[in-house]
Design a protein around this ligand. Structure first.
Ligand code: GDP
Ligand code: MN
Length: 376
């Protein structure tokens, strides 16, 4: 789960990282009033959950409250990477001397977090990583010791930061590590961390990605989720306890278990088809959950055939069959459906489905081939 810039910065500030003064506005009038309160040159920034807002026209500097209002109107009318801008952050604009990158994420190969810094801040860090990886300095952090002062100093010296800023840089690096650990984040990033004309370090942008699996430990952070900006179907799926990811293909998939769902997608591709989605109905799926899953999959107009692959364990095949039948009544079965049931109560499941016009298959390979044929 991604946090907005203003949410990330608030968490940074709680760990002593300096951020610009400012507030969030939902309209031009509010943006003007915040700018007036700040009484300074301001920057108006789109709050959408994607990077590259600057290039997309979502970051604009205004000299006064009137200009801030004008920028807010323009930015709130934008769509950035397909996302509508519903809020803007209005902050005191920084006088920037230089831009640094500072971020932390998990390094799977090293099996520990890695803090990264680069003097090539502000721009797309993925591009720096791909083209000039030597410009990114790295320090792996021992999770039992936490970040050590010398590691932050290594980063500061590695990016040729003037010594006068080291103390502040170390303080910020420690605060960023603290935020990353406390929130169970998978990424915490300041890009850019700027050196201002007043010789101060300031976090001008902020990004945090939280680990969804750890959200149970952070009810306060879970509440920050911006349901507005997520794809409607994915949000609805989550409400029903389903994991759903829409893809580009034309064969809908309903499977129990994430591994089996991925295996099913692979088999579809193996036989020359394209899966329309990833969907894991989870263990012990009820008829109601199955019905919700079918509704969500079939809403996608590109779906020309549906493949239901259930390996009954805790999830009982008869229960799934009942869900499929209930949902078919509701959504209407215009799309051909191929069902493969195996495991707990499969005979009962097959018996229930026998009266409907579903296509049955006894193996996954057979089911995938039949689904592809039905979609042709
Ligand atoms: P992003 O494009 O989504 O990463 O948004 P950022 O918040 O990083 O802003 C993009 C760029 O706008 C930064 O790299 C800065 O160069 C510039 N910018 C952002 N805030 C300010 C500010 O307060 N003052 C100045 N002068 N430039 C800013
Ligand atoms: Mn940025």
């Amino acid at each position: 789960m991604k946090l907005h810039e203003h949410q990330s910065k608030t968490l940074f500030a709680a760990n002593g990282i300096p951020i610009p003064r400012g507030r969030v506005a939902g309209g031009a009038r509010q943006a003007r009033s915040i700018a007036r309160d700040l009484g300074a040159r301001v920057v108006v920034k789109a709050q959408v959950l994607v990077g590259g807002r600057g290039k997309a026209g979502g970051v604009k500097i205004g000299a006064n409250a009137r200009e801030a209002g004008k920028h807010a109107v323009e930015i709130l009318a934008l769509r950035i990477a397909g996302l509508a801008v519903r809020k803007v952050l209005v902050e005191e604009a920084a006088e920037i001397r230089s831009e640094i990158y500072l971020g932390i994420t998990n390094d799977r190969t090293a099996r520990r977090p890695v803090m990264m810094a680069s003097a090539a801040g502000g721009v797309d860090i993925e591009q720096v990583a791909a083209q000039t990886p030597e410009e990114i300095l790295r320090e792996n952090i021992d999770p039992f010791l936490g970040i050590r002062g010398f590691q932050a100093r290594n980063l500061a010296s590695g990016i040729d930061l003037p010594r006068a800023h080291w103390q502040q840089f170390i303080h910020i690096a420690l605060g960023l590590y603290q935020t990353f650990v406390e929130t169970d984040a998978t990424l915490a990033e300041i890009n850019p961390l700027v050196v201002t004309e007043e010789e101060q370090l300031l976090a001008v942008d902020g990004k945090i990605v939280l680990d969804d699996n750890a959200l149970v430990r952070h009810p306060d952070l879970a509440e920050l989720r911006d349901v507005d900006t997520e794809a409607g179907d994915e949000a609805e799926a989550r409400e029903h306890g389903l994991s759903y990811v829409a893809l580009d293909g034309y064969i809908g998939c309903m499977v129990n278990g994430a591994g089996l769902a991925m295996g099913t997608m692979d088999i579809i591709k193996h036989f020359g088809g394209e899966p329309a989605n990833f969907l894991d109905i989870g263990g012990g799926a009820s008829a109601e959950k199955v019905a919700a899953a079918l509704r969500i999959i079939l809403r996608d107009r590109r779906v020309r055939a549906l493949l239901i692959n259930i390996f009954g364990g805790i999830t009982r095949c008869d229960e799934v069959a009942r869900g499929v039948l209930a949902a078919m009544d509701e959504v209407g079965g215009k799309v051909p459906m191929v069902v493969r049931l195996a495991g707990t109560n499969e005979e009962e499941g097959r018996r229930l489905l026998a009266e409907s016009d579903l296509i049955t298959a006894s193996s996954l390979a057979e089911a995938a081939q039949k689904a592809i044929a039905a979609a042709a």
